[in-house]
Design a binder for this molecule. Sequence first.
Ligand code: GLY
Length: 331
Amino acid sequence: MSDVAVVGGGIIGLSIAWRLVERGRDVTVFDDGDEGAWHVAAGMLAPGGESAFEDPKLVRLMERSADLWPGFAAELGVDVGYDDTGTLSLAMTADDVAEAARVWTRQQLPLLRPTELRELEPALSPRVRAGVHSPRERQVDPRRVVAALREKLHDRIVPKRIESLSDVDATTVVVAAGCGTARLTGLPVRPVKGQVLRLRGEPGLLRHVLDATVDGRSVYVVPRRDGEIVVGATQEERTDRLVTAGGVYDLLRAAIELVPGLAELELAETTVGHRPGTPDNAPMIGFFGDGHIVAAGHHRNGILLAPVTAELVADLVVEGRECPDFDPRRF
Ligand code: GLY
C-alpha cells in the first residue's frame, strides 16, 4: 500500500505527485493512458485575459499560479517552452474594440495603435484596430511539461484505468482525473469541448501570443519557437470528439483575418479536448464526501493553475491545511 495514490496522469495529477514526492511522500500515480485536456491545450498562462469577470478569489489564485510558473518551469530542468515575450490582446472592428476594452480597462494597460502593434508583430493584418501588450500573459508548451513531469516520476506511474476508488489501496487518495472525475466521485464536472489546430512553418512569423476578437469571434494564436503555431479554440457544451468543418472554418477564418500569412502554413493537426468545468467554473481542491481529496474542474485554466494546485494539495496532505475558497463541498 502506498502512502498517497494520485488518480490521473495529466498535468494536474503529475504536478501534485511531483510536489508530494519532494515533500517526502511515497506516491503512486494511476494513469489511464487517455490524453487529457493538456494534450490539446495551447498553454497560455493568462491570469488577466482568461479571468475577465471571474470571482476575485479565482483571479487571485490565477495570479498566484502565474507567479509560480517561472520557478516551476525552471525546476523541471528541461526546456518546457516557457516564454515570457507576452501577449498582444487585439480587436478588429469597432464592436470588437468595445468588447475587448472592458477587459483592457480592468488590466490598466496602455492602448496601442495599429502602427505600434505592427511594430511589435509585423505579420498582423492592417485591419487590426487596437490592442494592448500584456507582459504578464505568457506561455508554456503543455506537452513538454507533461513529458518532463513523466520523466521525473517515471517509476511511480502505473498505467491503469481505475474503475472505482474502492480499488485504490492507499492512505490518501487524490483524484485529479479531469473530466473523468465525475465518474469516479459523483462530483459535478462537465466536459466543455474545445477544437484546437496546430499549424507548422518556418519559425519567426510571430513572437507574441495573440488573443483576439475578430468580427465577434474569440481566437488565440500561440507561436512556439520551433515554428508550431497553435490556433484555438471553440468552446462547446458537448461531449463528442468530432472535429467539425464549422469549427475548423471559424478558427482558420479568424486566425487568417488576424495574420494573413498563416494561410501559407501546413495544417498539421486538428484536435479536440474537453475542459473540465464545474457549476461555477472554478476548481475543486480539497476533501469531498468519502474523505478522499479531489483536485479537478480547472476549466480553461488547467495549465496556468497546475503549480498552485500542486502546492495547495501538498499543503493539505502534508500539513492538513485546507483551501476553503475552492472547497468541493460547496456543491
Ligand atoms: N485557456 C484556453 C482555452 O481553454 O481554450
